[in-house]
Each structure stands twice: as C-alpha cells, then as structure tokens.
Design a protein around this ligand. Structure first.
Ligand code: HXC
Ligand code: NAP
Length: 294
C-alpha cells in the first residue's frame, strides 16, 4: 500500500463514523483501515492473531496520524467471541455505525482432494463469519435505533461466475452476496444499507501465498488476465469502500461493485480472445471477406 497517497474523499468526510473491520490487521483490510482513519473515522480491527493486530494498530496510528484505532481479538467463526469483541469495541468507542466483513480464508485445491473439514473451514470463516458479525451487530443497531448504518461485504467476482479450484470460497462468497442483497431490502427500514465490493487481483501476502503457491504466480500471472494489464492498487479499493461507508453513497443499497480492471468480463465475452489476432491478420481477413462479397 502506498501510505502517502491522497484519499479521494475530503479530509473529515468520515468524521462521526465508527467502523469495525474484520481481518483489518493485514492486506486489504489494513489498507481500508488506513484510508478510513485518514478521513476521520474511528476504526476497530479484529481477527485471531493478537500480535499482528497490536502491530497493525501501531502502524496505522503512525501512518494516519489518527489515534482512534483499536483492536479486538476474535475468531469470526465463533458467535460468542464475536459478541464479546463487539462488546469490547462498544465499551471503548461507543456505538459503531459501520461494518466491513473482510475476513476470509482460502486456498487452491482440486475439490476432490479436500477433506470435509477443509471445505467447512472456508465456509465457516467466510459465510458463517459474515453471518455472525452481521446478526450480532444488526440486532444491536435495530434494538437501539442506531442509524444510518453502512455494511460493506468483501466478496469477489467468482461469487457469481463460480470458479474451479476454489470451490468452498466461491460457494461461501455467493452466500455472502445473497445475504447482502437480501438484507439490503429487509433492513433498509431500519436505516441499514448493505453493499458488496468484488475485487479482482490485488497483491497481498495472504492471498498470493495461498492462491498462487510455488511457481503458479509466474505461470498464471494475474495481471495478464486483466484487460488493463495490471493488478489493483490497495488505495483504489480503499477509496471505493470509503465512499460506500460515507453518507455520499446514502442512496446506494444492495449493489455489488466490481473493481477488477475488467478481468471477469474478459473471460465472459466469447470473442475477447481475438485480442491475439494481429493487425496484419485482420487486414488479410477483411480483404478475404470483401473479395467474397464482390
Ligand atoms: C487442502 C487444506 C489446505 C490446502 C488447509 N487445509 N490448507 N487442504 N489444501 N492448501 C485443510 C487442513 O488439512 C484441515 O483439514 C483444514 O483445511 C483446516 O486447516 P487448519 O490449518 O486447521 O485451519 P485454520 O488454522 O483454521 O486455518 C484456516 C486456513 C488458513 C483457511 C486453512 O489458510 C488461514 O488461516 N487463512 C486465513 C487467511 C487467508 O486465507 N487469506 C486469503 C484470503 S484471499 P483436515 O481434514 O486435515 O483437518 C481470498 C481471495 C479471493 O479470499 C479471490 C481471489 C481472486
Ligand atoms: P489476508 O491479508 O489474508 O486477509 C484475511 C484476513 O482475515 C486476515 O487479516 C486474517 O487475520 C483474517 N481472518 C482469517 N480467518 C479469520 C477468522 N477465523 N477470524 C477472524 N479473522 C480471520 O488477505 P486479503 O487479500 O487482504 O483478503 C481480504 C479480503 O479480500 C478477503 O475477503 C478476500 O476474500 C478478498 N479478496 C481479496 C482478493 C485479492 O486479490 N487479494 C481478491 C478478491 C477478494 P488473522 O490471521 O489474524 O485471523
């Protein structure tokens, strides 16, 4: 993450927002935390590894100049731990009014090689974890009349295309997307908005180590699959999420916003592979077609 870039929104745009970010101690979650802090939000990050969270809090304070960042340890798979973490956050920061469900687990594997437990562990982190946070926070927001609230769920484009070799993750992210769209309608009456963001490839240690192990990163260069021929920059995602958290997006509800340089559509358009046809080949083809017409 470029720690010196200027966020898209004006300074102070997120004053009054208190945001909980699961998995906020590393990768994209940490990048979002930095941008939100720079814009004046208070941020609570949570995940399993306390040492990592402590280090992240110190770095985020130093990089943002905003002291209002705390952590709470929890495994999102465990409802009791989630409830306790949210209670700790309320005790320190008061009521929070935004949630980013970003924690995830993933690895690549032929599906027939997965144990039942391996499949479950991904579903539990991604889908059950998102449910645990959403239900716990949602009940509190509704019972206490806290509004407006913004929830952003981090999915990915294979939530709707599906993808081999990451089947538990695809199934879980599809469930998260369905939950996003369902609650966007059901809980709008309580002033709670739900949106999802679907990133394409954004280099992070967590994702690259698990999805492109060994020499797969060289053999399957993610940038080469993207029409814009590059991977995403963390600050590009963070700016988008900051907008969805802010009141500027107050009428955006139930949307999934893709930020992938055109990657998934590249695979979807049947003739997109014609990118490989050279200008000389096009000249020859057109001449052939024209002469046939004559
Ligand atoms: C097959 C595997 C495996 C692998 C673990 N397992 N890794 N099976 N291939 N590479 C199996 C284990 O053998 C075990 O099953 C079961 O999964 C649980 O493993 P544990 O190590 O006990 O689980 P745990 O300690 O809870 O760790 C969870 C984890 C780990 C998911 C396995 O990788 C993790 O903590 N990940 C968190 C961060 C993360 O994954 N970040 C990437 C997000 S990227 P058995 O039967 O042996 O007990 C992302 C990008 C999406 O989501 C889109 C990209 C475009
Ligand atoms: P990452 O750094 O590995 O982030 C995953 C985070 O989730 C970690 O901070 C981890 O912290 C936390 N986590 C995992 N299991 C948890 C659990 N059981 N309880 C609580 N926290 C848990 O990877 P990333 O690339 O930044 O991914 C962030 C999000 O972006 C994920 O939702 C991912 O699916 C999505 N995404 C990423 C990409 C990409 O290219 N990077 C593309 C599409 C979507 P602990 O280990 O401390 O628990």
């Amino acid at each position: 993450m470029n720690t010196t870039y200027t966020p898209m929104l004006r300074e102070g745009s997120l004053t009054g927002k208190t945001v909980v970010i699961t998995g906020g101690g590393s990768g994209l979650g940490k990048a979002m935390a930095l941008t939100l802090l720079r814009l004046g939000a208070r941020v609570a990050i949570c995940s399993r590894n306390e040492e990592k969270l402590q280090k992240a809090v110190a770095e985020l304070r130093a990089q943002s100049g905003n002291e209002e960042v705390m952590y709470a340890v929890c495994d999102v798979r465990e409802q009791e731990q989630v409830d306790a973490a949210l209670e700790k956050i309320r005790n320190e920061f008061g009521d929070f009014n935004a949630l980013i469900n970003n924690a995830a687990g993933n690895f690549v594997s032929p599906t027939e090689r997965l144990s039942s437990r391996a499949f479950d562990v991904i579903i539990d982190i991604v889908l059950r974890g998102t449910k645990n946070l959403t239900l716990s926070a949602g009940k509190y927001w509704i019972a206490n009349g806290i509004r407006p609230v913004s929830v952003v769920n981090i999915v990915t484009t294979y939530a709707w295309t599906g993808s081999g070799y990451v089947v538990p993750s695809a199934a879980a992210k599809a469930g998260v997307l369905a939950m996003t769209r369902s609650l966007a309608v059901e809980w709008a009456k309580y002033g709670i908005r739900f949106n999802a963001v679907a990133p394409g490839p954004f280099p992070t240690k967590g994702a690259w180590e698990r999805l492109l192990p060994g020499d797969l990163a060289r053999k399957f260069d993610p940038a080469a699959r993207v029409p814009l021929r590059r991977t995403g920059r963390h600050e590009e995602l963070a700016d988008l999420v900051a907008y969805l958290i802010s009141d500027y997006s107050g009428y955006v509800n139930g949307e999934v916003i893709t930020i992938d340089g055109g990657e998934w559509l590249q695979g979807a358009g049947q003739f997109n592979g014609f990118e490989a046809v050279t200008p000389a080949q096009w000249d020859a083809l057109q001449q052939m077609l024209k002469s046939r017409k004559k």
